[in-house]
Design a protein. Structure first.
Length: 544
């Protein structure tokens, strides 16, 4: 499953073949396998603002996760049971994940940012029998406990409470030796809920093979990782595929230390401080976070950075941010693409000359990706269609949990439809156009929001921007821009007109926003994606 050495992308794509063992367990390959060879090798480092950083070795991870797996088994958690994790980045989160996989249960990562309604939906849909959480999460779980049909055990990493199991006690009570089931690549291991940008979140069920499937893309985007001194960090929540499968699990499998950091609202200066103090060489930073980093002047002069690679995904990176990273940070960002159901299938790799401003990249070795029409027919180069991935593929989900109709609807023949629109050029580069339901239809034109947003954020007054379609009797829809202003700027009709004209003159006479609205905060999912549906609903509700 490791990428072979190759002089070119074409040779690498041609020579790669999947070799996933018949016996494969995510928990064991990220802990026990390394502990048997190098128990004192550091696998985790936790950043503390006071400088008292913590470390954990593979030997410690193997023993603590086995102890926790034994305790989970002792309280009645069985193979196939769902165990939720409502935790920030940290050692307990990794120990819990690894223990659940070793046990043959199914991990259900959840974000602490979720409100009680979102938690209730996910816990009931998954049928989670146990949850591991901190004091903050515990308060939310207790608020809805009477509505959680299947939940039997609540385990807290925080202060001891009456009637609540304590994570540290369970780790101390369990034996550090654990003999779990002999899982195969297709046995269920992980349920990640979709981000909910287009309706109720669904539980995408993955087999243990999903980790093996991420290794080629991870190595591709981070230019031959692991290399001496590599160490990786992401501000992204480990509760979503970006943080968990684009960083944490593949890094642990490859022996690359992972830096965790306290939960916080993203702070650009703190992000640079973490990367500098922890000597981070590899980072996964979503496009929205990269745009916020632009607010820090002269970062290389202010911070002692040793970055070797930056990967980015989750939204379109865009030309403006791509060029800023090159000029301000001195390296080329490698944009990649995937979704909860089938992740890390397209990527850039600057060291192999697979890099193009405005494009996601090319198909990662081991994956077959195409632009198809509604009938699953591959479209000619340059035409807009739906991004699709051919099955079988090890990163592809097994099913939507308890939703066979939605699962079947996701496929046309052997193509898994992503719901994202794109176009592929003759060289194989794929350009992201937008989600199918985010595309704006105006005066007969189909307009993707990504290009407009990329142009908007190039304006000095714009920190964040989103483009949506607003119903219009004459044009079907008009382009409306929602803008979060940079520091030092105040909303005004004059500024709105200036921003609108900026896009008109730089992009297109038919794509510029005819309306510009200033907002304080951009609605986003926990994975950092703009919820354009929420913005469209503002106009719908206003019209009503």
């Amino acid at each position: 499953m490791l990428l072979p050495s190759a002089a070119s992308y074409d040779a690498l794509y041609r020579e790669f073949s999947w070799q996933i063992p018949a016996s494969f367990n995510m928990g064991r390959v990220v802990s026990d396998a390394w502990a048997a060879r190098e128990p004192d090798r550091i696998c985790l480092e936790h950043y503390s603002p006071d400088g008292l950083h913590q470390t954990m070795t593979y030997g410690e991870l193997a023993e603590r996760s086995s102890a926790f797996a034994n305790s989970l088994q002792a309280i009645g958690v069985r193979v196939g049971d769902r165990v939720a994790l409502l935790l920030p980045q940290g050692f307990e989160t990794v120990i819990a994940h690894v223990a659940i996989y070793k046990l043959g249960a199914i991990a259900v990562p959840l974000a602490l940012l979720f409100g009680v309604d979102a938690l209730e939906h996910r816990l009931n849909v998954s049928g989670a029998v146990a949850i591991v959480t901190n004091d903050f999460g515990l308060s939310r779980v207790q608020e809805i406990s009477a509505k959680l049909r299947d939940l039997r055990h609540v385990i807290s990493t925080g202060c001891p409470r009456d009637g609540i199991l304590t994570f540290s006690d369970l780790c101390a009570q369990g034996s550090p030796a654990f003999q779990g089931p002999d899982t195969g690549p297709d046995d269920p291991a992980l349920m990640i809920f979709t981000s909910g940008t287009t309706g109720a979140a669904k539980g995408a069920l993955h087999g243990h093979r999903v980790l093996a499937g991420h290794i080629p893309g991870f190595q591709f985007a981070h230019e031959g990782l692991p290399q001496a001194g590599d160490k990786i960090w992401t501000p992204s929540d480990w509760a979503w595929a970006g943080g968990l499968l684009n960083v944490l699990m593949p890094a642990l499998m490859l022996g690359v230390p992972v830096v965790s950091s306290p939960a916080q609202k993203f702070d650009p200066d703190m992000a640079f401080r973490i990367m500098a103090e922890m000597k981070v060489r590899n980072a996964f930073i979503p496009p929205t976070a990269l745009r916020l980093l632009k607010t820090v002047d002269h970062p290389r002069a202010r911070y002692d950075l040793v970055l070797r690679t930056i990967g980015s995904a989750g939204e379109s990176l865009g030309r403006e941010t791509y060029e800023w990273v090159k000029s301000a940070l001195g390296l080329t960002p490698n944009e990649f693409y995937g979704q909860t159901e089938c992740n890390f299938v397209l990527s850039s790799a600057a060291n192999l000359d697979v890099s193009k401003a405005g494009a996601i990249g090319k198909a990662v070795p081991g994956h077959r990706v195409a632009i198809v029409d509604a009938q699953g027919r591959v479209m000619p180069a340059g035409q807009i269609g739906q991004v699709a991935v051919a099955r079988p593929d090890p990163v592809m989900f097994l099913e939507y949990w308890n939703d066979p109709e939605a699962t079947a609807h996701k496929f046309v023949g052997d193509w898994m439809l992503t719901g994202d629109l794109g176009r592929q050029d003759a060289s194989g580069y794929v350009e992201f156009f937008g989600r199918d339901d985010d595309v704006i239809t105006s005066s007969g034109y189909r307009i993707g929001p990504a290009e407009i947003e990329d142009c908007l954020i190039a304006h000095p007054a714009v920190r964040l921007a989103a483009a949506v379609g607003k119903p219009d009797a004459l044009r079907t829809e008009i382009v409306k821009a929602y803008v979060v202003l940079a520091d030092g700027y105040t909303p005004s009709d004059r500024l709105a007109k200036e921003i609108s004209n900026w896009v008109k003159h730089r992009l297109s006479m038919h794509e510029y926003p005819r309306e510009v609205a200033f907002i304080h905060d951009m609605p986003m999912t926990t994975s950092g994606k703009v919820i354009r549906r929420a913005l469209r609903e503002r106009d719908t509700n206003a019209a009503a």
